[in-house]
Design a binder for this molecule. Sequence first.
Ligand SMILES: *Cc1c(COP(=O)(O)O)cnc(C)c1O
Length: 515
Amino acid sequence: MMNRQGRPSQPSDATTAPISATWTGHRALDLNEPLLFEQDRPGVTGVDFEPVSEGKTRLGGLERDEKIGLPGLTESQVVRHYTRLSRKNYAIDMGIFPLGSCTMKHNPRLNEAVAAMPGFADIHPLQPMASVQGALGVMEQLSHWLKTLTGMPGVSLSPKAGAHGELCGLMTIRAALEARGDARVRVLVPESAHGTNPATAAQCGYKVDSIPANDEGRVDIEALAEKLGDDVAAIMLTNPNTCGLFERDIIEIAAMTHAAGAFFYCDGANFNAIVGKVRPGDLGIDAMHINLHKTFSTPHGGGGPGSGPVVFSEALVPFAPSPFIAREGDTLRLVEDCADGAVGRMAAFHGQMGMYVRALTYMLSHGSDGLAQVAEDAVLNANYVLEGLKDVMSPSFEGPCMHEALFDDRFLKDTGVTTLDFSKALIDEGFHPMTMYFPLVVQGAMLIEPTETESKESLDEFIGALRHLATMASAGTSNSFAAAPQYSPVTRLDETQAARNPVLSYQVPDQDAAE
Ligand SMILES: *Cc1c(COP(=O)(O)O)cnc(C)c1O
């Protein structure tokens, strides 16, 4: 029998089958592992319950009558299974994770220790408010920090990720426009935008109109002026943008947008580049989401849920989603009251409490000076990478970058190596690849965000590996690139098949056919 990786797997009834010479599929520390359902031995369990006396039941007659199809496994089987699986993957706890625009930075363990305190970890969102005053205090203090750092008067904590925050922001803008009887139909989105921006605008029923970038990778102001009109609801802009560049004309863009009666939505996912240095409220922004799981170090990318609070300008505060935290003397409570036509709730409860605790811990442990240094170090590290690679790879734009360095595929011209091959080869060097083919405005993009938590030594190692690959590519070794990765648990996949014909559900192997 073969498992899904095409390696032989254990016979399902290991106790009775004769022991034959079969290859385990193990290769050194890469241990092969059948699915838990394939390891099933009915009746085996990791827990011994006391026998129940005759005629009695444990759950007062509420137990199920039928089996629910869980496999029989020992505790050690389960522990080994998940440990083996975890070793097939890459994680920020293993090394630099340079995925551009994702801000994969170290998750401080102090945050985890605080979030695990019973007063935060063991509470329920429907508990009486008098019994969760400390948790509400965390939400109030986090709101205060977010408003102070952005210079914006209102915040809604409940959105559960960046994309959800964008939805929250555009729904609030739509509510404010509808309240003034001003139905508008277009939302302007720069070409370099993250895919969630046009998706959000479309989800809110707007027509997406894209603004071209100029030769410097920034918004083309003249093109913007032409596109603005009294049917434009909002512009959605990312700053620093996804080319890793600061939009220098942002104050003028805000003024032009407001003069046209539209709102200015800023995608703040890249806030780590400017936190403590620039307050978005001072730039004329009306709404911006902040990814706690990027800028404020809460785990993501398989490590935990996102959290995307949105800050609002004075004009939008009355329409922002509920609930809000209100203080009466020493007592905090969550209130639902909001203006007619306001958005209402974005989520059943109040959002990602565990992430609020981690983000506030991060803010308090850094202080405002420390947060400004976060931005400085993020920008310094990205420029160190840019400088370390610019003679062997091709930077897309002149001059220094913000928190991420963008390269295109000109350096691979005539080598037979593509951006995809180059990124896959990085896996064989022991690194997670950078973001590739995004942003769309440059050909064969490679977007590297080292983040501020990498040391000079780790950056040097990473730069060294990329320089090695760039040299190999120009030396004409395109065959080894086309086959990469060769040393990972799963080797080169058929990207087209994986996208067009994904196999997403478990199928019980057909034993007779396979054996
Ligand atoms: C990460 C990111 C988003 C989306 O955030 P999610 O939490 O993944 O939904 C939006 N815009 C930009 C620029 C981002 O980097």
